[in-house]
Design a protein around this ligand. Structure first.
Ligand code: FAD
Length: 427
């Protein structure tokens, strides 16, 4: 029997999915500069499986996409033949309100999930600046907002997942019960794997009750000593902030903001007590607000050609890291703003579009020496190709870790057809 050729791809996809679900790719379908040939619009695990079987028969390189909001995150894939579009694969399969669990298709937007579960006084504790982002994309990029301080990241909230392997086989891990993982917890493996291990088709998340009341306490802390004192005060307090974020603007103005959540009649009082405590300890003015600051939960980089970085640091090192990062940015002539989870040590960096790629490369190298302690790193989350061609977006990884990552990739995607080159070490 003759081997299938690339010419037979549209017919094979059409036969598997229906011709209305297959089209030739347009220029706008490009993934970080890599142009696919075809787009398959799929709905549901069975259709993804059918598309992946055709891709396997024709040895196609595949990238999955949801709303496309973070398709330019990570290194650009070396090549892509088929874009598997899950944006139509949306819908809530089950909201088990009594169990605080939601099961939804991967193409469902976070906004839709929040609207549905809020009707039962619940929330999925992932704030996302791009509410149209889909659950699949959020899991694949390991995205997290201010709530990671208390509730953890998507890795901690995901309790079940359905994934289609590159050969089309459907795998399921976890389920609807919070403590249900025997053996390896594969949901954790797929969180932050950038579509390089499988196509996520369904997700099950644990939920939390919506707080009856929220208050925010903000403090200006431009100087490192003040920043250190403020962060220590928020850490020591018994008031249990549910998030502690900071924002450092281009001109060096730094604000720390803590969120308190709780009962309607008690949260404002707790916020006042905490503001007096922090004010007393740091000798500064501390304000209580009914609403979060405008920057709360937003990335310091926009869409378009802005450059996004992520610095993972030990929380105690934040004041020193911020000073040294600002000095490095000044030396490189790069405008760098920083924002993020001060309480857990994950800071996003924003650099305006059009910044000279060599200057960005110089800054990123300097930041990698600033964030060089065990567990720390600086990665380029998103950047135009001119930048990622100049500096490795992921940076160096210890050789033992890289071997582990490569072995995992070889096991899950032995032909390297899923988003090749996207991940750490060119995986
Ligand atoms: C081939 C492959 C193998 C994997 N093997 C494992 C495994 O054995 N065990 C496991 O638990 N998970 C594994 N993962 C999953 C994935 O690496 C993690 O889930 C991911 O690092 C998310 O980390 P985080 O939740 O701490 O996110 P964050 O700390 O928020 O990380 C932010 C982002 O930066 C990336 N990142 C984090 N650290 C580094 C680093 N040192 N260098 C470059 N980028 C980084 C992450 O992928 C993430 O997207 C694997 C993924 C792939 C693709």
């Amino acid at each position: 029997m003759a081997l299938p050729t690339k010419n037979s791809v549209p017919d094979a996809l059409g036969a598997a999915l229906g011709t209305d679900r297959v089209r030739a790719a347009a220029e706008t379908d490009s993934v970080g500069g890599a142009a696919p040939s075809w787009v398959a619009t799929v709905d549901g695990t069975e259709q993804v499986s059918a598309a992946m079987r055709v891709a396997a028969e024709h040895e196609l390189r595949v990238v999955a996409t949801g709303s496309g909001s973070k398709l330019d995150w990570g290194a650009p894939p070396r090549e892509v033949d088929l874009l598997v579009d899950l944006s139509a694969a949306d819908g809530i399969v089950e909201h088990a309100a009594g169990d605080l669990v939601v099961h939804a298709k991967a193409g469902t937007s976070l906004r839709r999930v929040q609207e549905q579960v809020a009707q039962s006084g619940q929330q999925l504790s992932i704030e996302h600046p791009l509410p149209n982002a889909t659950l699949g994309g959020i899991v694949a990029t390991g995205a997290a907002g201010p709530s990671r301080h208390l509730h953890g990241t998507v890795r901690d909230l995901l309790i079940g997942i359905t994934v289609v392997r590159p050969d089309g086989v459907v795998t399921r891990a976890g389920g609807k019960v919070v403590k249900n993982v025997a053996g390896y917890d594969l949901g954790k493996l797929y969180s932050g794997s950038y579509g390089t291990l499988g196509v996520i088709t369904e997700t099950i998340f644990r939920l939390h009750p919506l707080a009856a009341e929220r208050r925010w306490i903000s403090v200006d802390a431009d100087e490192p000593a003040m920043l250190d004192a403020v962060l220590r005060a928020f850490k020591r307090t018994q008031a249990m902030p549910t998030a502690v974020e900071l924002d450092r603007t281009l001109d060096g103005r730094t604000t720390v903001c803590a969120q308190l959540e709780g009962r309607a009649d008690a949260t404002h009082e707790r916020a006042l007590t905490l503001s007096e405590l922090v004010g007393g300890e740091t000798g500064t003015n501390v304000d209580v607000h009914d609403d979060p600051p405008a920057w709360w939960g937003h990335y310091p980089h926009g869409t378009g050609d802005d450059i996004g970085l992520r610095l993972t640091v030990r929380p105690a090192s934040i004041p020193g890291v911020i000073s040294r990062a600002s000095e490095a940015a000044q030396r490189s002539g790069v405008k760098l703003s920083l924002r993020g989870a001060a309480g857990v040590g994950v800071l996003d960096g924003g650099i305006p579009a059009g910044t000279d790629p060599d200057a960005v490369a110089e800054l990123v190298s300097a930041l990698r020496t600033v964030t060089a302690a065990p567990g720390e790193n600086t990665v380029i989350v998103r950047a135009p190709r001119a930048v990622t061609a100049t500096v490795d977006p992921w940076g160096p990884v210890p050789s033992g870790v890289l071997t582990l990552l490569k072995n995992t990739k070889a096991q899950f995607d032995p032909e390297h057809r899923l988003a090749p080159g996207r991940f750490v070490g060119g995986i």
